[in-house]
Structure formats: structure tokens, C-alpha cells
Ligand binder design. Structure first.
Ligand SMILES: Cc1cc2nc3c(=O)[nH]c(=O)nc-3n(C[C@H](O)[C@H](O)[C@H](O)COP(=O)(O)OP(=O)(O)OC[C@H]3O[C@@H](n4cnc5c(N)ncnc54)[C@H](O)[C@@H]3O)c2cc1C
Length: 400
């Protein structure tokens, strides 16, 4: 068993840390306060090759493994989770194209995303469908292209050459800035089993009938763009279907192990960022004529924060290794890592504010932001409760 990163992985970590220190940390508070998407930082991230770097080289990416992605994500989130999410979500949904997309879809979309010329979004959740993805109600129906039926004289029952999409999606990251969405739609309501009626469809952001409303007032990750999407007769060509019709739900399940590992890495980054800032502050701040780091109560907090962060990191690396090696226990590991690392992020950020005292309650110090940002890691990509359900299901071998 090897507990050391390779030279290349260490170099990756150093380079991203330098980028995060120089380009993200100095502007993090500003974007948080303004709830603004950091276009300028995104341009620099593109130059660094940080956008969708898991995309294979032939489509403009670097082909990073899940482990390398975890290393990179930790660095971005240790600097600032809001901007970190903008960078690491630029290719949300790219996995679906990489794995199931046609050559035309891959060549059209992926190089634009890795170059920083386009952003993607993954639209699964709806106002009434959150944890229960099988209650997705956005419908996509096959119809003929407008004008075609008059020309041919044939009517609606003919299987058409366009998808017409109706419904709404909620909480969509990159919702108002994305150029492409991978949208989970119900395409085959009549099938008997719960999982086979859904398909993933590529929808360009500028399609007629697509309305996007930015959601403001978020607790944290405020630089990240979040929106509600409405589809009113949005038409896309049938070639925009991703992979096989009816397989959308099962396609999604395949990526959750990877994306949950990435959220675990986000949690590790937030925890590390908070633990480091608490250590620095504890060494500077004096009370009762000595450094607060002299007090055993503070020493113990620092020790626990750093220990738990280290534990979360290794569980995350283990999960990333399982993804990269397609290990049999990867689903349980990904949920364990996501649940544990997100809980660690919340707890460590809480303690970091405590170590700062009153200074931690205002945004002069980063821990105030990290404390607010940490919470989202327990909610998106499946809540804490859902992760525990999955771990128990895997332990009890209950099947889906
Ligand atoms: C900032 C932000 C960004 C997001 N980005 C995206 C995105 O890009 N794309 C996207 O598709 N979605 C996105 N989401 C949506 C996110 O994935 C959902 O919010 C999440 O899955 C939870 O769904 P919900 O909010 O409907 O909560 P609900 O499912 O209504 O859950 C409410 C509570 O009930 C609990 N609960 C529900 N079912 C069970 C159960 N079976 N057992 C035990 N407890 C249960 C939950 O754990 C939670 O505590 C984002 C959300 C936020 C806030």
C-alpha cells in the first residue's frame, strides 16, 4: 500500500494551491458579497487547464483521474468554496457526454468547455423532485419539427424528429451562465419499472422557450450561479438525446460515485481551509497575556480539526481510488466519504469560527464564509440522510 502522492500529483497540488492563493483568495469576499459569477477568474482558470480537466485529451481536457480531481478540488475549496464550485462545475454533466454521447456531441461541446468558451449545467432536481429522482416530471415528447407535418400531411402520431420539453428544474448550478444543459426528462411514462422512463437530453442555453431565473440570497457559495429553469415547448433535435432512450436514470446512477467523491473533496478542502486559518489565528491572538494557542481548550480544538480533516481526506482518496479502479465497494465508499467529509467540513468550520471569537462572526475573516459555505456539501449530490440510506442499503445488500 502506497500512502504517497506521485511527483506529478504533488506538482498538481502545488500549482493549483498557488493559483488559488493568488487568483481566488484575494477576491473571494467581493464575489461572495456581490453574489456575482467570477468571469475573470474563470478565464484564468481556463488558461491553467482547470476547467473540466477530467475530459480526455482528445476533447481538450487533461484526462485527470478521480484522485487527481480530488486533489485539485481540495485546493480550490480550501481557498474559497464559491469560486471553487464555479471552476469545478464548469463541466457539470460532461460525464454523460463522455460516457454515452455521440462523437458529434462530444466534439461540439467538450472542447468549448475545457477552453473556457462554454459552461455546462446538470439539470436533475425539480421543485417536487429532490432526493427522489424518480419523481422527475419534466416531460420530453417526440414531435415533428414545426412546419414538417403540414408539408408531409402526416399528423402527430408519427414519431417526430424533435424533442419538445416542458417542465421546470430547480437549484441548477450555472443555471443563468450555462451554454449547455444535460436535462433529465421523463420520456417513457408508460414503462412498468420505476427507473426506465427517463432520458438525458442535451439542451442549448439559448433555445426558445427556456427561461432562467437566478436564485439569490443563498446561505453560502454565493459566487456560484444557481437558477430555476422553465421549459415551455423547448424544441431540440432528436440527435440531442444522450445515449439510449429510457436509460437516463441508470446513466445518472453511474456517475454519482464519481460526483459524490468530488463533493467529499470539497468538504476536505473547506475543512482544511478552516483548520489552517484557525491555527494561524490562534498563534496570533493573545488574551490573558499569552497566545490563545497556549490554552489547552484551543490546543484540543486545533488537534481535532486537523485530525478529522486528515481522516476525511484519506476516506476521500480511498473513494477516488475505488472509482478509478472500479472497485466493487465504490458505491458505499463514495457515500461514506461524502457524508463524513461534509460533516467534517461543517464541524471544523464551526470550530474555526469559535477559535476566532467575535472576529469570526464578520467577513473580515474567511472563516465566516467557510462556515456558511460548508453546509451545502451536506445537501447537494444527495443529502446526508440519503448517503446514510445508501451505505446501509449496501451493507444490507438490499439492491436499489
Ligand atoms: C446551491 C444548490 C445547488 C444545487 N445544484 C444542483 C444542480 O446543479 N443540479 C441539480 O439537479 N440539483 C442541484 N441542487 C439540488 C440538490 O441536489 C437538492 O437540493 C438535494 O438533492 C435535496 O433535494 P431537496 O432540496 O428537494 O430536498 P428533499 O428531497 O425535499 O429533502 C428534504 C429533507 O428530507 C430528507 N429526506 C428526503 N428523502 C429522504 C429519505 N428517503 N430518507 C431520509 N430522509 C429523506 C432529506 O435528507 C432532507 O433532509 C442544488 C441545490 C442547492 C441548494
Amino acid at each position: 500500500m502506497e500512502f504517497q502522492l506521485t511527483d506529478e500529483q504533488r506538482q498538481l497540488r502545488e500549482e493549483v494551491r498557488k493559483f488559488a492563493d493568488e487568483e481566488i483568495r484575494p477576491v473571494a469576499t467581493e464575489y461572495d458579497v456581490d453574489e456575482a459569477y467570477p468571469h475573470e477568474v474563470m478565464d484564468k482558470a481556463a488558461e491553467m487547464g482547470l476547467l473540466a480537466p477530467h475530459v480526455p485529451v482528445e476533447y481538450g481536457g487533461i484526462g485527470y483521474s478521480s484522485l487527481e480531481n480530488a486533489i485539485l478540488t481540495e485546493e480550490l475549496f480550501a481557498a474559497d468554496p464559491g469560486i471553487g464550485l464555479c471552476i469545478s462545475s464548469a463541466g457539470f454533466g460532461a460525464e454523460a457526454l463522455m460516457e454515452f454521447g455521440t462523437e458529434e456531441q462530444k466534439e461540439r461541446v467538450l472542447p468549448e468547455v475545457t477552453a473556457g468558451d462554454a459552461v455546462m449545467g446538470s439539470a436533475i432536481s425539480e421543485p417536487q423532485a429532490g432526493s427522489d429522482v424518480t419523481s422527475v416530471a419534466t416531460r420530453a415528447e417526440k414531435r415533428e419539427a414545426q412546419g414538417a407535418s403540414e408539408r408531409s400531411g402526416s399528423a402527430a402520431e408519427k414519431d417526430g424528429d424533435e424533442w419538445v420539453i416542458n417542465g421546470s428544474k430547480m437549484w441548477i448550478t450555472n443555471g443563468t451562465v450555462a451554454d449547455y444543459f444535460v436535462v433529465v426528462c421523463e420520456t417513457d411514462a408508460e414503462v412498468d419499472d420505476r427507473y426506465s422512463g427517463y432520458s438525458q437530453i442535451l439542451v442549448e442555453g439559448d433555445r426558445d422557450g427556456l427561461t432562467r431565473d437566478k436564485i439569490t440570497g443563498k446561505l453560502g457559495i454565493r459566487a456560484s450561479d444557481t437558477a430555476e429553469l422553465r421549459f415551455d415547448d423547448v424544441r431540440v433535435p432528436e440527435e440531442n438525446l444522450i445515449g439510449q432512450r429510457g436509460m437516463g436514470f441508470l446513466q445518472l446512477m453511474q456517475f454519482f460515485d464519481e460526483t459524490r467523491t468530488a463533493v467529499a473533496a470539497q468538504g476536505v478542502g473547506i475543512a482544511r481551509g478552516a483548520a489552517e486559518r484557525a491555527l494561524e489565528y490562534a498563534e496570533e491572538r493573545e488574551q490573558f497575556g499569552r497566545s490563545i494557542s497556549d490554552f489547552q481548550a484551543i490546543k484540543h480544538k486545533l488537534a481535532e480539526m486537523h485530525t478529522n480533516t486528515e481522516a476525511a481526506r484519506w476516506l476521500t482518496y480511498r473513494s477516488a481510488w475505488a472509482v478509478d479502479n472500479e472497485a466493487g465497494d465504490l458505491t458505499a465508499l463514495a457515500s461514506m466519504a461524502k457524508e463524513f467529509a461534509s460533516r467534517t467540513a461543517v464541524e471544523v468550520a464551526d470550530e474555526a469560527v469559535q477559535v476566532h471569537g467575535g472576529a469570526g462572526f464578520v467577513n473580515d475573516h474567511d472563516v465566516e464564509r467557510l462556515y456558511r459555505d460548508a453546509k451545502i456539501t451536506q445537501i447537494y449530490e444527495g443529502t446526508t440522510e440519503i448517503q446514510k440510506n445508501i451505505v446501509a442499503r449496501e451493507l444490507l445488500d438490499e439492491g436499489m
